[in-house]
Design a protein around this ligand. Sequence first.
Ligand code: DNO
Length: 360
Amino acid sequence: MKMTFRWYGSKADPIPLRYIKQIPGMTGLMGLLDKPAGAVWEEDEVRALVHEVHEAGLELEVIESVNVHEDIKLGLPSRDAYIENYRATIRRLARYGVKVIVYNFMPVFDWLRTDLARLIPEDGSNSLYFDEKDLGEMGPLEIVRRTADGSNGFTLPGWEPERLSQLEETLRGYEGMTDDRLRENFRYFLDGVIPVCEEAGVRMACHPDDPAWPIFGLPRIAHSQADFDQLVALHDSPANTLCLCTGSLGSDPANDVPAMIRHFGQMNRIGAMHVRNVKHLGYHHFREAAHLSSEGDLDLYAIMKAVHDCCPDTYIRPDHGRMIWDEQGRPGYGLYDRALGAAYLNGLWEAIEKREEFSS
Ligand code: DNO
């Protein structure tokens, strides 16, 4: 297991790389360049990013995300040019040592919350929160406006301004789109990129829908074990994997997250993982919790044990943290609570390893 940390680049992320390096056991980043979906990642940009990360004593073996252009998801004729760009970016990233690319295939929206800073009355911290009832009253444009207003001046992943301006038009493009058509468009994309990944030694890791159900009537095809069974079969290759995000999948209590890790881990189809906890508050209603098992509804020991047993070489990052100690950061991506999360996950890992060592 390699413990990593999501970082948005020195221009966009207030957390200096040396702080990340100081978190015990941190090997590298799940890093990204701030590029619009569909654009080629240029050689000099990639070189500069990799150099900066290496200078800080960290690795950059995982990129999160190279975003998939909406025309690919919609299956428009223009998709071929965007897929070609994607292939060029894969080749380039591989030359600079990248091994995994995390991406998603969610129509229009990436992850979605109805409140980015919900007070947790028990301890005065706050965390990301979702209640479908609030969404019903809002509609997509309102939620986007609220998200932009509530993000402390940061751009949230998947909510890049250039995409938001086209939101209404994009939503119209999805009218009549079915799960099956979206899945066919996904297959077309995979058929275009997976052979390049195989050549270049890169794995694509698809992030699940977050939350783990359709929103605003848009089709979503990646939020259960059955969904991912279909997705990995669309183009059967060890390079076609998932980024198993425990919090996204775990937002639906019907998903048995440790069982899913065992299932896809044994198939060698987990390219990377996001590990965090979630507290269920009702139907399609949850808030994010501290990583510690007792703070939420996921069993983080069972999760790490499944990783240890079935995909011990994967990349992990602590996922969204709460805002604690008065930190003013990017919602979900502050320093402190994610650092606590990493320390806790490393502690679980050490205990699992030593227990096996001593009992053998
Ligand atoms: C949310 C993240 C996602 C993820 C993308 C991958 O916090 O986990 O935004 O990076 O879905 O493309």
